[in-house]
Design a protein around this ligand. Structure first.
Ligand code: FES
Length: 103
C-alpha cells in the first residue's frame, strides 16, 4: 500500500509530519532534505513522538527523553530500548510517498 504524504515543501528540513494510514499513526521526518518514516508511538510507553523533537537524524521522546534514529528506527538512548518500525519513503515528482506493508 502506497500513501501520498504531501509535497516536499510541506515538510521542511528538521521537521516532522504526522499522518494516519492503514490504522497506523506515522511520522514522516525530513533530515537535511532526505525523508524517513517511523512509527509515531514510542516503544517505551504510549507517547506520541510527534510531541518530541527532531534533532539531526534522531527524534527525542517528550515523555522520558528516549531517543531513536529515524533512519534505522534503532533506540539510541534509554529508557527506549526497542526499535521503531521504519517504512520505505521516496519522492516522485516532488511528492513524498510512504510504502506500508500489505496485511
Ligand atoms: S514514553 Fe518515550 S521514552 Fe518513555
Amino acid at each position: 500500500m502506497t500513501v501520498e504524504v504531501g509535497t516536499v515543501d510541506s515538510i521542511k528540513p528538521g521537521k516532522m509530519k504526522r499522518i494516519t494510514a492503514a490504522g497506523k499513526s506515522l511520522l514522516v521526518c525530513n533530515v537535511a532534505g532526505e525523508f524517513y518514516t517511523i512509527d509515531d508511538m514510542c516503544t517505551h510507553e504510549d507517547a506520541s513522538l510527534y510531541l518530541g523533537c527532531l534533532k539531526g537524524n534522531e527524534v527525542e521522546c517528550s515523555l522520558h527523553g528516549g531517543r531513536f534514529n529515524v533512519i534505522t528506527g534503532a533506540a539510541t538512548s534509554e529508557p527506549a530500548e526497542v526499535a521503531l518500525a521504519t517504512y520505505r519513503t521516496y519522492l516522485h515528482e516532488n511528492i513524498v510517498f510512504v510504502e506500508l506493508p500489505t496485511m
